[in-house]
Structure formats: C-alpha cells, structure tokens
Design a protein around this ligand. Structure first.
Ligand SMILES: *Cc1c(COP(=O)(O)O)cnc(C)c1O
Length: 491
C-alpha cells in the first residue's frame, strides 16, 4: 500500500521505462519531408566531413513521444507539493508568464536608447522602488542573477564602503546555520569567513558577536529567519554591536517569504540585503535557472551600487553610468529581465495586503505541519517557527531508518522530498517548507503520508531501505551521475 492517494504519472515520477533515442527508430525513418533541392549537388571532399554525429533515424511521433515521456518524469510545483525547505517552492501564477511574454517586453532590445524603452526602464525603476518599500531599505539594483550573486555583490559593496573609509578589514562573521553560499561569497571577495556557533535555542548570541567583533571585521552576514526557520530576535542588538565597531550588516533575504509587510529590515539594522525573487516573489526556479537576486541597500551605500543604475528625474527614466563610486556591472544589460517582469507582475497583483497575507499563511502552514507531526518526527527546535520547520530522523534511528530513507519513500507517495541534511548543524535534518500556496487539504494529505511513513519505519523498515519502490531507478550514486553523465547511447 502506498500512503496517500496521488499516484499517477507526474506525481510518481520515473515509472516508465524510456529508451534512449538511439534505441528507438529504424534506419531510413524520417521526421519530416523537405522539398527536393533545386540546386545541383556539390562535390564534397569526404575527408572534410570527418566522422559526423551518429544521429538516429526517427519519425516525428518517435521524437514527440520520447520527449513527452521525459517531461512526465519531471516533478514541479505544477504537479504537486514541493516542500523543499529554504527554497520556497510556491506556485507560480500563470498571469506572470503572460505579462513577461507581452511583445513590448519580450521583443525589446536591451540596447535601445533610453527614450525608446521608457516602459522597460519604468518597470525596472518601479521594481527597485517596490523592493525598497517592502524591505524598508533605500536603494536597489536588479542586476544580480541569483541569491548567491546578490551576496557576492553585497560583499563587493562592503569592500567598496570600507575602502572609501580607508578601513583595512579582512573578516566576516556568520552563524554556523548559514547557507553555504554565505562563506563562499565572502571568501570570493577576499574576506575570511568566521563561524559563530548558534546557541542551544538555534539563535545567534549577542555576547558571542560582541566577543568576535574586532577592528579587523568588516561585518556580519545574517539570515533572518535563519535556516532553522527561527526568527533571530537579537538582530537589532547584534547590528548595533557590529555598527559600533565600524562594521556593516548583510541580510541574506532568502527567507523573506516569512517577513513581507511585517518586518522592516532597516529597523533590524540591515545595511545590505538580497532578494531571491525565484523564491519569495514566485518566479519559477529549479533546474538551474534563471533567477534573480536584487540587492537593496541603505542610503549611505547607494553610490556604490552597480551601474547602469536606473533613475527617474520626474519626466524620464535613465540608465545612469556617470557614477564614479559605482562597482560597475555585475551582469550584462539589466540582469535576468524576463524573471524581473514576472516578479514585478507578482508584486503588483498581490499588493501590500496580500503580500503580508502570503507571509502570514506561509508561517501558519509551517506551524500547522510542525504541530501535526510533533511526536512523529523529532523537532530540531521546539519553538514557534517561521515559514519552515526542521525535523530530524532521531525517533527513527532506533529502527535504523534514516532521513534519506524517509525522503525516498515520500517520492513513492507523490511528493518531492523536503530539503534533507541541511542545515548542517542538525543531524539528519528534514527541513519542510510548505509555502502559503498549499491548501489545508493538501497539507493534511502530506501530514497523513508523513505519519504513515513514521509508522512504516517501525513496522517495515526494510520497505523504507528499499524505497523508492515505484521508480525504475532507485538509489543513484548522485555524485557519479553528475560527474560522469552518459549523454549518448551505447557505451
Ligand atoms: C537559496 C539560498 C541562497 C542562495 O540563493 P540562490 O538564488 O540559490 O543563489 C542563499 N541563502 C539561503 C539561506 C538560501 O536559502
């Protein structure tokens, strides 16, 4: 018996055996007819042709069926619940796609002079304003291509600021709950990341920061809510400590889905932050892109923002490049503009009231799951959570069932697994982020399935060790698949 009732293609994944295109078709079969050539054939030196690719001979229907089958192997937010913690896999409203496809946007050339693309510049300007309004900060750039790129831009801004003050700073503080991109971004910019252990409540300790914050330290990177799904309630006190020592505060905004319309980042003491519009602002993500990671800053840092910076003089929108302190470009043209259109459409269609409501419901949904699964799975922190909740496999270890087994079993039941083994400080972490776009019925069904799997762990651990059951491929060596992909048939 598979727990849950959603077991069709699209939610149960790899149930079809699908041969490679090289194993389909037959010699001489053809996908389309093209008219006879009306020019005489030219004599070609065979040695110039070389081996050539050994393409299979296929009909149109062979190709269409093959790719349609492959598309059914996909799992996406359009097929089912995707509770991947820290990733905010919310439903992406289709109206945003329609707006982004409008010819005026889709066909605009990025090198048009300002006077011929006032509409697109206005969209960028207004999106900058919107992100400043929601975050409470003063100025923005939309250029960075994703969260990690926003972090890197933020670290460049830290460096530019300290350089302008004649400061020599070499270190950046960050909690051990931080996403891996935080230390990577700091290090890429030449800073040494300094790890702070969070306290027994999973939060940063102000005293710890006070101790580590010295004259060499350029600032701190804080994710709020943090990756345990908890609100860093000391953030203002910590920001004051950092500011007193001449440092800056970076806010990793990946978890803004808990905060929209509720928390003012400037009042929290944040100087620079990024947005993950592909998380919080509903643009599609997964499969490697494209996303967008706009950065907002306080007034004092505005002059360092990347150029061109989009401004408005009351009559016209401009691409300003005459900014002597600017970092320069961090992306070609205007960043991933198509994604930014979708985010703009989302923000306008939601408005202040519904953005706040989205955050409230995201938090409510995560707490609902937390309370319903209490006792079935170990809670990493037994506290009110924000938009995500972190469990672990601690109750299941006595049956030798691990987080990986639970995640694989969920695939049998028609769910994308949650984020697992992150944050690193929770042994066997299972990080669930339902988002606000799941209905109560969908949450209840997921909860029932999670409870059924907890029961299976007791009664039939072997079943879990051998999950997924319903897939043609089961426990892949994921590293080998990434390092040595097999792209052609045969070998
Ligand atoms: C997703 C995430 C990032 C990185 O964002 P990308 O857009 O994937 O580059 C950084 N920090 C946290 C906490 C995240 O969840």
């Amino acid at each position: 018996m598979i727990p849950g009732n959603q077991i069709g293609p699209g939610r149960s994944g790899l149930i079809m055996e699908e041969p490679l295109l090289w194993e389909r078709g037959a010699k001489g079969r053809c996908g389309m007819s093209i008219p006879e050539s009306d020019v005489p054939p030219a004599q070609i030196d065979d040695s110039l042709l070389g081996e050539g690719p050994n393409f299979p001979d296929l009909s149109e229907v062979d190709v269409v069926r093959h790719y349609t089958h492959l598309s059914l192997w996909n799992f996406g937010v359009d097929t089912g619940m995707y509770p991947l913690g820290s990733c905010t896999m919310k439903y992406n409203p289709k109206i945003n796609e329609q707006i982004a496809a409008m010819p005026g946007f889709a066909e605009a050339h990025p090198m048009l002079p300002d006077e011929l693309c006032q509409g697109t510049l206005r969209l960028i300007y207004e999106m900058q304003q919107a992100l400043c309004t929601i975050s409470g900060l003063d100025a923005a750039t939309l250029q960075p291509a994703a969260g990690a790129h926003g972090e890197l831009t933020g670290m460049f801004l830290f460096a530019a600021y300290h350089k302008s003050k004649g400061n020599k700073k070499s270190k950046i503080l960050m909690p051990d709950t931080a996403h891996g991109t935080n230390p990577a971004s700091a290090a890429l910019c030449g800073f040494k990341p300094v790890k702070i252990a969070v306290n027994e409540n999973g939060l940063l300790n102000a005293d710890e920061v006070r101790e580590l914050m010295d004259d060499e330290t350029a600032g701190i990177m804080i994710t709020n809510p943090n990756t345990l799904g908890l609100f860093e309630s000391n953030i203002r006190e910590i920001a004051d400590i950092v500011h007193e020592k001449g440092g800056l505060v970076y806010g990793d905004g990946a978890n803004m889905n808990a905060m929209m319309g509720i928390t003012d980042m400037k009042k929290c003491g944040v100087d620079v932050m990024h947005w993950n519009v592909h998380k919080t602002l509903s643009t599609p993500h997964g499969g490697g892109g494209p996303g967008a990671g706009p950065v907002c800053v306080v007034k004092e840092l505005e002059k360092f923002l990347p150029s061109p910076h989009i401004t408005f003089d009351g009559k016209m929108y401009h691409r300003r490049t005459d900014l002597p302190d600017s970092l320069g470009r961090v992306h070609s043209f205007h960043g991933n503009f198509g994604v930014l259109i979708k985010a703009y459409s989302y923000v306008l269609s939601m408005g202040e009231e519904y953005l706040r409501r989205a955050s409230e419901l995201a938090v409510l949904n995560a707490n609902y799951i937390k309370e319903k699964l209490r006792g079935y799975y170990y809670l990493a922190q037994d506290a009110v959570c924000m938009h995500e909740v972190v469990f672990s496999d601690k109750f299941q270890t006595e049956y030798k069932v691990s987080t990986l087994d639970i995640a694989k079993r969920l695939m049998d039941c028609g769910y994308h697994p949650p984020t697992i083994y992150f944050p690193l400080i929770v042994h066997g972490a299972i990080m669930i982020e339902p988002t606000e776009t799941e209905s109560l019925e969908d949450l209840d069904e997921f909860i029932e399935v999670m409870k059924a799997i907890a029961e299976e762990a007791k009664t039939d651990p072997d079943l879990l060790h051998n999950s997924p059951q319903r897939y043609k491929v089961r426990r892949l060596d994921e590293t080998a698949a990434a390092r040595n992909p097999r792209l052609t048939g045969g070998q």
